[in-house]
Design a protein around this ligand. Structure first.
Ligand SMILES: NC(=O)CC[C@H](N)C(=O)O
Length: 321
């Protein structure tokens, strides 16, 4: 079936989602990273970026929050840009773990590769692969400029978050050294972990994440800057990584109920990709037991279901003015 959806229908669905859930108090801020526990739990923003560059936004869409695990997508894209699709599969993998994002078990179970760049182990490996290897400053520049390319504007390091996370990331330190033990990390483990921790501490807005989602949905062409950021053939690879493990052990339930591949972070952000149509992001700090924002999930699901959109549905959808 071919469907036509107007921009005002999208606007209405997003506004409705905002109104419906803005007073929801379910979930709890992440507290294993002390900085995140103290963020205002009432913040709530929604942003949709259409492929013609039009932005539809409500609430705190311009508030800079910790990008956390959403950054795993950006750095996976950087590794894809630098190495190509085959090498990412060979050196990291593209499987779901079915386990929490910081699982050590998952590393022990998959003894030939860390499964996917979208869980902690694989994301630390991705940081180890970023070129030029051996040079922390240059690697960091590459990570930040890739996020800037994808978002259409620069992210900003939240120093306090970086410190808070560096002081408490004992589990991630174990992951980095376990990867070293299995010869599955490709640069200095301490440096790779530090780059991962720093990228998670970048401040980003829901607006910037929706532009990144739209760049992926638009075959690598950023709808705001109109620049081609990565090869079009990488787009389905990125979306498949996100669809497979974007919500960790809750990924299947998410995809089944929302119909959109999306990636979450414990800072409260979610970034969704609807190929050929739009990028969407929602942000609200309180998270559920798997580390996924409660309100952001409700909002994105509402918008998808209200508009009758689903990545697995056949037929074409056109967005009209
Ligand atoms: N799921 C997340 O957002 C986790 C990211 C966080 N930096 C961690 O490593 O624990």
């Amino acid at each position: 079936m071919n469907k036509k959806i107007s921009v005002s229908q999208i606007q209405e669905a997003a506004q409705e989602a905002y109104e419906l859930y803005k007073n929801n108090t379910d979930g709890k801020n992440a507290d294993y990273i002390p900085y995140l526990a103290n963020i205002n739990k009432n913040l709530f923003g929604i942003s949709i970026c259409l492929l013609n560059g039009k932005m539809i936004q409500f609430g705190d869409y311009d508030y800079k929050f910790g990008i956390e695990s959403v950054s795993k997508v950006h750095t996976a894209i950087l590794v894809l840009r630098q190495y190509g699709a085959h090498k990412l599969l060979e050196m990291i993998g593209a499987d779901a773990t079915g386990l929490p994002f910081n699982s050590i078990f998952a590393i022990l179970l998959e003894n030939d590769h860390p499964s996917t760049p979208l869980v902690n182990a694989g994301a630390i490996v991705a940081c180890s692969m970023v070129q030029p290897q051996g040079n922390s400053d240059e690697k960091w520049n590459a990570i930040v400029s890739n996020i800037t390319d994808l978002s259409g504007s620069a992210p900003q390091l939240i120093d306090e978050l970086y410190k808070s996370e560096s002081d408490t990331n004992f589990n991630n330190r174990s992951i980095a050294w376990l990867l070293k033990n299995y010869n599955r990390i490709y640069d200095d483990p301490t440096m790779s972990l530090d780059l991962y921790t720093r990228q998670c501490s970048l401040g980003i807005t829901a607006g910037q994440l929706s532009v990144c989602g739209a760049t992926i949905a638009n075959n690598g062409n950023n709808p705001i800057t109109k620049e081609q950021i990565f090869d079009a053939e990488l787009s389905p690879k990125i979306t498949s990584l996100i669809a497979t493990v974007g919500f960790y052990e809750h990924t299947g339930d998410w995809l089944y109920t929302s119909g959109i591949p999306a990636k979450t972070g414990v800072g409260g952000g979610i970034m969704g990709v609807l190929p050929g149509l739009f990028g969407i992001s929602a942000f609200a700090p309180p998270i559920d037991s798997a580390g996924n924002s409660v309100k952001a999930q409700l909002a994105i699901k509402h918008i998808m279901n209200k508009l009758g959109l689903n990545v697995f549905e056949s037929g074409t959808v056109t967005i009209t003015d």
